[in-house]
Design a protein around this ligand. Structure first.
Ligand code: F6R
Length: 261
């Protein structure tokens, strides 16, 4: 796991966009894994800017979102499908239908989850997965206690996650759905490169457990220690509980300039 500590969200967005740009140069048909939430917004802003400037194109790329609330009506502004379209997909040049997400309105939820896994596999798997992390250490919506081998399925959101996300629902906890469909930890681990972004002191404990704690279902993101290519992009506040912070800084500063993340 490579940990990179950067001054601000803009630098995080820029470095992640460099990695995505390099991937698209190598493979214009690349498959991206897309997280929603606040953390990746700077990445999507940077990608949209590069696309508008004509230096990057998603015309042949595909995408799969991580998760979706169960039961939010199709026209609800906080439906993750709507959110990812607004913050990213509609701002770049993806082909119609190139980005898919789990169907939180499916009548047969197990079948919808199996179909989503099959769609990711049929696309050849995810080349680069963008992740945020919850204050309780979730990735996707794999809450503490999730199977470390799980695949896409329905999960119950923890009260903490619902409190964290109430800000998107007018601070009304009752308006936050109780369930979601999420790619499993096993699904996420199948991606070839994982770029996790976190900012702010509220994420510091989860980031410490993810990178430096024991691998445990109590901190689901800690499973990433078993992945061969994870890049963690942090601001100083999110990095503030890391025991090896000086080492991470030294390692990144001494990296050859030609070597990306
Ligand atoms: C979103 C997702 C979640 C978020 C996490 C952090 O698709 O899967 O794991 O990444 O809850 O959310 P923010 O970035 O809003 O702090």
């Amino acid at each position: 796991m490579e940990v990179v500590i950067l001054p601000d969200a803009r630098s995080i967005g820029s470095l992640a966009a460099d990695a995505i740009g390099a991937l698209l140069q190598r493979n214009p048909d690349a498959v991206l894994g897309l997280a929603t939430g606040s953390s990746p917004l700077a990445i999507y802003d940077e990608l949209a800017a590069r696309c508008a400037a004509g230096t990057m194109s998603f015309a042949r790329a595909r995408g799969f979102t991580l998760d979706e609330y169960v039961g939010l009506p199709a026209d609800h502004p906080e439906r993750y499908r709507t959110v990812i379209d607004t913050v990213f997909v509609n701002r770049v040049d993806f082909a119609p239908g190139a980005v898919q997400g789990p169907d939180g309105l499916a009548a047969d939820i197990p079948a919808a989850c199996a179909a989503y896994e099959a769609a990711i596999a049929a696309a050849g798997g995810v080349d680069l997965q963008i992740l945020g992390i919850g204050t309780d250490g979730h990735i996707g919506f794999n809450e503490p206690g999730s199977s470390l081998a799980s695949r896409t399925r329905i999960k119950t959101l923890t009260r903490q996650t619902r409190i964290d996300n109430a800000r998107f629902f007018g601070d009304d906890l009752d308006a936050v759905p109780t369930h979601c469909l999420t790619q499993g930890l096993g699904t996420i681990m199948s991606a070839r490169h994982i770029v996790l972004v976190a900012a702010g002191r509220g994420k510091a404990e989860a980031v410490h457990h993810m990178a430096e704690g024991a691998v445990t279902a109590m901190w689901p993101a800690s499973i990433l220690q078993h992945h061969p290519h994870v890049t963690v992009l942090l601001d100083g506040a999110a990095a503030s509980r890391l025991q090896l912070i000086d080492y991470y800084r030294e390692a990144y500063e001494s990296k050859p300039p030609w070597q990306g993340i």
